[in-house]
Structures are given as structure tokens and as C-alpha cells.
Ligand binder design. Sequence first.
Ligand SMILES: NC(=O)c1ccc[n+]([C@@H]2O[C@H](COP(=O)([O-])OP(=O)(O)OC[C@H]3O[C@@H](n4cnc5c(N)ncnc54)[C@H](O)[C@@H]3O)[C@@H](O)[C@H]2O)c1
Ligand SMILES: [Zn+2]
Length: 368
Amino acid sequence: MSETISVHLGDRSYEVHTGPGLLARAGQLIAPFAQSGRAFVITDHNVREHHGNTLTGSLDAAHLKHVTFSLDPGEQTKSFHGLEPLLSALLQANIARNDLIVAFGGGVIGDLAGLAAGLIKRGVPFVQIPTTLLAQVDSSVGGKTAIDMPEGKNLVGLVNQPRAVIADTSVLATLPERERRAGYAEIVKAGLIADAEFYAWCESHAQAILACDQQALSHAVAHAIRFKAFVVEADEMEQGERALLNLGHTFAHALEAHGGYTGQLLHGEAVAAGIALAFKLSAQLGICPEADAKRVIAHLQSIGFITDLRQLPGAPFNVDKLMALIASDKKAAAGKLTFILARAIGRAFIERDAPADVVRELLQQETQ
Ligand SMILES: NC(=O)c1ccc[n+]([C@@H]2O[C@H](COP(=O)([O-])OP(=O)(O)OC[C@H]3O[C@@H](n4cnc5c(N)ncnc54)[C@H](O)[C@@H]3O)[C@@H](O)[C@H]2O)c1
Ligand SMILES: [Zn+2]
């Protein structure tokens, strides 16, 4: 069930290893990137508690020296407040440019450790060992790293590609089901953007994925990674087509920001609601068959996502505030609203001039 997927980016190319049971072999897989023979593991307390020993055992078996920095779990760690003490701790441990940083955790740890690796001593190589479903299928591949600012999420960062990614699907067994479901939103997104056949497979295997059936899970994770790798290879710096990965995200970011990132709404939950809105918007604009929008929404609801904005954590939502947030989203260029819309399931496209009045009308219907 294991697979290796290459991300072709010239001299920044790397391999993503995915499948069950890989963590026990992580030391051997990452040893070639630790020139000094030393690994600096950055993780959070939850991940360390569940899986720390498996990782350190594998580092020992590969004769790598290692030290672990365990941080508080949660989005608030992905900030200057989390970055500064981490950089100090790495410097105090005498990190050198031929050491290896290991980002071992969810997207919070991956984004923070990847940024720290890019900054410290002007760059120390790093590998990603993602431990949430979201991080395995999305944040660990593609090189985006960042911290949040009081002004907004992910506003200070680097594109910094890892030397390797190890996505062990067995570690997802300890992940709370709600977090697994949130990660699933980014998997089904891959089908909705460009692959109707994979979307149909998702419809019939979603329950197995959420139940952590290793066969279904490893197939889904590998597929989503292949898709992400393909998009990133074509457009590493998001000049164009990489924006397709933002299906549902313009709405999602506004829904998340509306509540002030309190954590009551997980990113993947906001994405699921955002995907539902993107399909409704596409249908209202007459671009997408109504039946496709209905089918997507029915699927998302059938696995427990809330697509009704009146019921979503963070409700009630204010339409003026949502519209202001949408307009200030990083994808809004020159006063126009940019949305990822769909002509059908599996046929998403970038619309750089979406009519604001139709978006507002839709949000009004959905929140009243
Ligand atoms: N860089 C990118 O391209 C990119 C893409 C998408 C999202 N992100 C970022 O990712 C972050 C969200 O990541 P996330 O959803 O992984 O959240 P997270 O890192 O906060 O992890 C969620 C929770 O699960 C716990 N956890 C992690 N692995 C576990 C395991 N195997 N077993 C039990 N508990 C475990 C964590 O301690 C945490 O409490 C956001 O900051 C978002 O901006 C980045
Ligand atoms: Zn996302």
C-alpha cells in the first residue's frame, strides 16, 4: 500500500513517501538528508505523546543523533510568539547548516518548522513528517510555510520546499474523527477540481476513509498528493493554475476570519461549507448544472459536514462583514472578486471577475 511520489521542481525536487507503517522507517528514509548525522525534531505535545517514540526509535536505528523540541498544540503557536523561542532554542542547541530539521506534526508544526528552517542560519534543510490528514494531503507538499499575524493568517512566510515528505497513514488512527473529516475536505476537493472519477470514488469510500480503513485511506492520500504535486510542479509560485487548489477557500477564509479564528470552526469544515457555496454560486450563475451542486452538497452533508451557514459554528454571519473579508482576500486582484468556480464536478476554473452582487445575494439567501 506504500507509494513514492516525485515532486519535480528542478534542483528542489523531492519524494513523498506515503502509506501505512512508514514512521518506523523514517530514520532510514531521511538519513541521506542529514549530512551531519543530526536531526532536530520539531513537534507538538499531542504528536509527541502518541508517536514520538516510534520516530525517535527509527532515528536511533538509523544512527542519527536527535533532539526534540515539543511545542504547545494549536494555531496560536504558528506566530511570532511561537517562532522566536523556537529559533532561540535551535540556536542554543547549536544547529548547523548541515543538520536536518524534522517537522513532525500537523499543518501548524509543518508551516512553523518549515519557516524556521528557511530562516535559521539563512536556511537549514528540512523534511516534513505530517501527522494530520490535512497536512498529509495538503500542507506538507508544495513548500508554502508561514506564520499568522494579527492582521491575518499566513501573512509572513516563505516558499521553502522540504527535502522529503513521509506521510504515514497509520498515524492518522489517533487523530480525532473531527480532524480526519476536516482533512477529507481537501481530498474530495481534488476530485471536484479536476477528476470526476476520483470524486465518485470518494463518494463511495468516504465512510471507510473516516473510519481509518488503511486501504481506502492510503489510496485517497496518495491520489490527493499526486494531484497536489502535479499542480505545484506546473505553478510553484502560484502565478496561475495553483490557485485552483483554492476551490471553496475564498468563502472558507471569510467564514474563518468572521469568527476571529477562535478554533470553533476547523479549516476543513470551513472549506466544506465554502465548496458548497462555490458550487451554489456556479449554479446560480448558470455555469454549472444544478444537479451537480446538489450532489456535492448531499455528499458533504452525508458525512457530517455542515453546509448550512445558519448552523455552522460561528453563526450568525453578517453579510457585509463576509463581503468585506472576501474583497480583502489575497486572491482579490484590482477590485475584482476572484473565485474558483465549476462548470461541473471535476471541472473547476479560475474566475477573476465574479459579480459581487450575485455573491452578496447568495450569502443573503444562505444566512437569512
Ligand atoms: N502550507 C500550506 O500549504 C497549508 C495548506 C493548508 C493548511 N495549512 C495550515 O495548516 C494548519 C492546520 O493544520 P492541521 O489541520 O494539521 O492542524 P494542527 O497542526 O493544529 O493539528 C490539529 C490537531 O491535531 C493534533 N494532532 C496532530 N497529529 C495527530 C495525530 N496523529 N494524532 C492525534 N493528534 C494529532 C495536533 O496536536 C492538533 O491539536 C493551519 O495553520 C493552516 O493555515 C497550510
Ligand atoms: Zn485548505
